[in-house]
Design a binder for this molecule. Structure first.
Ligand SMILES: Nc1ncnc2c1ncn2[C@@H]1O[C@H](COP(=O)(O)OP(=O)(O)O)[C@@H](O)[C@H]1O
Ligand SMILES: [Mg+2]
Length: 253
């Protein structure tokens, strides 16, 4: 049922933050954040620099621990589960880090296969086939790129490899931190198209942190705008343009 797009709103959220607070020392970064994302949805988290966008992704992965509130992954609270269960929940997610964060000294093949060696017990042949399949999915020609090092790729290709690595173990949840920052407008569009393809063909639940409003308008089913530790707007891109909240209007302008 949860995989049926028709029933997404009847099913519980795949990622759910409920009244999440986070402080670094006496700096309160998040002050009561609540967000819900389901399979087949893409939530874009928008907001100015330093507002706490990346921090939200780190909380979802439990690379950080909330001061208060719940962070539910497929209904389980990652803030309270055991260490083993945190690892199990993390396997349900694929993360595309800002700047791609590929292993510089590893080939494309070894970068993309890395999660399979970590999370599965597939044979070398199965891993080779899966790596080729996933590179094709992100529109890279496996034969051309398998043995290249990240430094030999363009920025857009590096991003595709990072996305291939994030999806290779078929996680239902994908997290992207500024996936198009530093890319030219045409390459940005191709990465946006790829994020759309992931939703349409794999029905993933995606959370995309971005400060690029044009990208958000293209890929988001919902956008959340952060300001001063709070979600001051959450709705569809169309609703965002119709919003009368002053900061929302200023952000759009
Ligand atoms: N580990 C940390 N220790 C202290 N302060 C941090 C840490 N990580 C982030 N911050 C601060 O939290 C705020 C939000 O950071 P971040 O989530 O990276 O913002 P952005 O919205 O630009 O992604 C910033 O003021 C940042 O300086
Ligand atoms: Mg950030």
């Amino acid at each position: 049922m949860a995989d049926d797009p028709e029933s997404t709103h009847l099913s519980p959220a795949t990622v759910s933050l409920h009244d999440v607070w986070l402080a670094f020392g006496d700096h309160e970064v998040l002050r009561g954040i609540s967000l819900d994302v389901r399979r087949g949805e893409t939530l874009c988290i928008l907001g100015g620099s330093g507002v706490g966008k990346s921090t939200i992704l780190r909380l979802i992965l439990r690379l950080l621990h909330a001061t208060a509130g719940d962070v539910l992954i497929e209904g389980r609270d990652i803030t309270t589960v055991s260490h083993d269960d945190v690892l199990e929940l993390r396997e349900r997610m694929g993360m595309v880090f800002q700047g791609s964060a590929l292993f510089d000294s590893l080939s494309v093949r070894d970068n993309v296969s890395f999660p399979l060696y970590e999370h599965t017990r597939q044979t070398e042949d199965e891993i080779d086939a899966r790596v080729r399949q996933v590179l094709s999915f992100v529109d890279l020609e496996p034969e051309d790129v398998l043995e290249l090092l990240p430094a030999e790729l363009s920025g857009g290709m590096r991003k595709r490899v990072a996305i291939a690595r994030a999806i290779v173990h078929e996680p239902p949840i994908l997290l992207f931190d500024e996936p198009t920052s530093g890319l030219d407008p045409i390459t940005t569009r191709t990465i946006d198209d790829l994020i759309l393809k992931l939703r349409h063909e794999l029905n993933v639940c995606s959370i995309v942190v971005t400060h690029d409003l044009a990208s958000a308008n293209r890929i988001a089913t919902e956008s959340a705008l952060l300001f001063d530790g709070e979600v001051i707007f959450n709705g569809t891109p169309e609703e965002m343009y119709a919003s009368e909240v002053e900061y929302v209007q200023a952000f759009i302008a």
